[in-house]
Write a new protein. Structure first.
Length: 262
């Protein structure tokens, strides 16, 4: 069983649902990026616009200003991804050193192809401002898989060097939709594209566990990470690198066919 990669979340926003306001100063952000690397992060995912439910768009100039200096500081030490849905921001971030575009809109394949960087196509219905207004699917797993496969195939046709898919937990989905997708991560993995799963501290965990404070949802986040990797997820996106690394590595050890090395 191949090791899943860990993507550490670094939000440089004042309004993200869990860590908004903590890393708005570049020095604080860079320090936290280094901390996540020391804890075992393989990728640092840097975002300058909140995409929490109900979030409103910020000017691309503001988004670029937030992210570029931090990307420049960290990109020489690790793989940096830019979490954006805007072409101008993606281009500025890649110029600053990012090598992966984490695209919640799944529209930036032409940009990734043009720049020669990897691309994560995420599934989302609507926009962050509207996505949680009564989301409906006839068959969420089939519909999400079909749409992500189409996005990924388009990326390959355009020449994107590495394409990932992300079911977009919490992005235009109810709790029931999120659970159905988690149960069937293997269906997404069977498409042949590496699957990214990002459930860290999200509201559907709180709904299930009866916990309103995102700061108290670590255990639920770890449970999802373990489930996802045992079903074939290739990347786990997390705010909590150290405990997630322990949980994921333990799950991988249990699911490795041969244990002679232990």
């Amino acid at each position: 069983m191949a090791h899943a990669r860990l993507m550490g979340v670094l939000n440089l926003t004042p309004d993200s649902f869990y860590d908004g306001g903590r890393y708005t100063h570049p020095c604080d952000a860079i320090r936290h990026g280094h901390r996540m690397l020391s804890e075992g992060a393989d990728i640092i995912d840097i975002g300058g616009e909140s995409t929490r439910p109900g979030a409103v768009e910020v000017p691309v100039e503001v988004e670029c200003e937030r992210v570029c200096a931090v990307i420049e500081a960290l990109s020489g030490e690790c793989l940096v991804s830019i979490d954006t849905r805007h072409e101008q921001v993606a281009r500025a971030a890649v110029h600053a050193g990012a090598r992966l575009i984490n695209d919640v809109s799944a529209t930036l394949a032409p940009v990734a192809a043009d720049l020669g960087v990897g691309w994560i196509a995420m599934h989302m219905r609507g926009t962050p401002a509207t996505m949680q207004l009564a989301p409906h699917y006839d068959d969420v797993v089939t519909e999400v898989t079909h749409q992500l496969r189409a996005h990924a195939e388009n990326g390959v046709r355009l020449g994107v060097p590495e394409v990932f898919i992300d079911p977009g937990l919490g992005f235009g989905k109810t709790t029931a939709h999120n659970l159905a997708l988690l149960e069937m991560i293997d269906v997404l993995a069977d498409t042949g594209y590496p699957v990214v799963v990002g459930a860290s501290r999200k509201s559907f965990l709180g709904e299930i566990l009866g916990i309103s404070d995102p700061g108290e949802r670590l255990a639920g986040s770890l449970a999802v990470a373990v489930t996802a990797v045992t079903k074939g997820a290739a990347v786990i996106r997390t705010h909590d690198v150290a405990p997630t690394r322990q949980a994921v590595r333990m799950a991988e050890a249990i699911n490795t066919p041969t244990r002679a090395r232990w």
